[in-house]
Design a protein around this ligand. Structure first.
Ligand code: MN
Ligand code: MN
Length: 467
């Protein structure tokens, strides 16, 4: 039998688009590198369950890597590393490049907020001898997924005198955890017949926080009193202090390997720390780039990017304008010449739910970082549709560096939709396209990604910063 390829086989190789498993392309060494990169990512995940903690962890890493606070009165030489901390909830890192700033900058923008349950401003109450926190969900969640799982509480409380108290409880093995109860199946006939959207209502997302009365003595609101007493002793807070607090309930479990082959990572908050961490590492690892490299870790993407720590705010524009003026350039000229990877996740094809995906235009686990030309809904509503020219540029860049990549839409047409920060960056007249990691169970309390895809995301951001 001949080993030679037929004419058709050769032509197919030349003409057909290729879909390859990243592990097969990068080989044993590449897979080992991906595994080791994943370890750093998993530590970052566990230390950074909220936007504030993500910024804090990233800032610590950046400072250790030589980044200093940006001062718009300093003319920084190439290779300088600066940061802007926007209210502890979003962060800009920049590495000054060799080229004239007028030629634009390279921006990678990821978000560090994830779907969660925020405590309401007046959260604490007692019902039937159980103390609860009332919550208001943040971002797009399937409410039923948040019942009957261990929860931890993270955030800050600003006391009446202005003192800030940090809260992080439920993560240590010795910590108590919290939970939202669900109905037993025996009595859930009506609930099970309702829709999944209706089965657990927003106002039922109440977190159990205690059940013992103060002084072990019965009395009106004695369980609530006991909780307030514990909180007063631990944090020095009173009930009114919840009004000036941001407390977020998040899943209490840690990131872990998934699968016998340990090829996947299960965790809360991959969306979008799975792009934030690779973008952060690329910022730390890019030395003396040609173009100035700007990494943005932003807040509020999950609620539409509004608010002064989200990318619908002007904080990124202000930074670029300040940077421009240092070198005698106009902010608008710098922005108009800039390029951006909007670093966000896409939905990976899930064989359990093939009906919502269009196989020829969806991303798959382990096929590399995913470029998403447009997001949005219906007739491409609410999106920035990247140009053929910019797609071509990114494609050439990734191919040149041997990075495994794929392309994908977010599900079938009219099946739903979604958006990213891309359109807010496009609003600044920057060339932008979405690039990120495919995720299974996106927006669930426990999401899944592949280690090779995470590593390819890092390589992609590093290649972009080295363009
Ligand atoms: Mn996202
Ligand atoms: Mn999201």
């Amino acid at each position: 039998m001949s080993e030679e390829k037929t004419k058709a086989e050769l032509l197919k190789e030349k003409l057909f688009i290729k879909k390859e498993h990243t592990s097969a392309v990068i080989g044993e060494k590449g897979n080992r590198e991906a595994d080791s990169f994943a370890e750093g990512y998993m530590s970052y995940l566990d230390a950074s369950k909220t936007e504030r903690e993500s910024v804090e962890t990233a800032l610590e890493m950046a400072k250790a890597g030589g980044f200093t606070e940006f001062d718009k009165s300093v003319r920084y030489p190439a290779g300088s590393k600066v940061y802007v901390n926007n209210r502890g909830k979003s962060l800009i890192l920049a590495v000054i490049g060799h080229k004239d700033i007028k030629e634009g900058v390279s921006i990678a923008a990821a978000h560090v907020d994830s779907p969660r349950l925020d405590l309401k401003p007046n959260p604490l109450y007692e019902d039937s001898d159980i103390a609860y926190f009332k919550t208001h969900y943040y971002g797009g969640i399937k409410k039923y997924q948040w019942t009957a799982i261990p929860l931890a509480l993270h955030g800050v409380i600003i006391k009446a005198d202005g003192e800030e108290v940090k809260v992080n409880i439920g993560e240590d093995a010795a910590d108590p955890k919290f939970v939202i109860t669900d109905l037993l199946p025996h009595l859930a006939g009506n609930q099970m017949r309702s829709t999944m959207a209706e089965g657990i209502k927003g106002e039922a997302l109440n977190i159990v926080i205690g059940s013992r009365p103060f002084d072990n003595t019965e009395g009106a609101e004695a369980v609530k009193l006991n909780i307030l007493n514990i909180l007063y002793e631990k944090y020095g807070i009173t009930e009114a202090d919840f009004l000036s607090a941001e407390l977020e309930a998040v899943p209490a479990f840690s990131a872990c390997d998934i699968g016998f082959d340990r090829s996947l990572i299960g965790s809360y908050g991959h969306d979008d720390r799975v792009c934030a961490y690779p973008a952060l590492m690329a910022a730390l690892d890019c030395e003396e780039p040609d173009y100035t490299c700007v990494t943005v870790l932003t807040d509020k993407e999950e609620t539409g990017s509004e608010g002064n720590t989200g990318l619908d705010s002007k904080y990124l524009e202000y930074f670029i304008c300040d940077l421009a003026s240092i070198y005698g350039a106009e902010g608008r000229d710098v922005l108009s010449a800039s390029k951006c990877l909007s670093a966000d996740v896409n939905a990976a094809f899930d064989p359990n739910f093939p009906e919502v995906f269009e196989r020829r235009n969806t991303s798959f686990i382990n096929q590399g970082v995913c470029i998403t030309k447009y997001t949005g809904a219906r007739g491409k509503g609410g999106t920035s549709d990247a140009s053929a020219e910019f797609m071509g540029e990114i494609r050439r860049l990734l191919d040149k560096e041997g990075i495994c990549w794929q392309t994908g839409e977010l599900g079938k047409i009219d099946e739903g939709g979604g958006g990213t920060v891309a359109k807010y960056i496009a609003h600044l007249n920057v060339d932008v396209v979405d690039l990120g990691v495919p995720v299974l169970s996106m927006h669930a309390p426990f999401e899944v990604v592949s280690k090779t895809d995470v590593y390819m995301a890092y390589k992609a951001f590093l290649a972009f910063f080295s363009r």
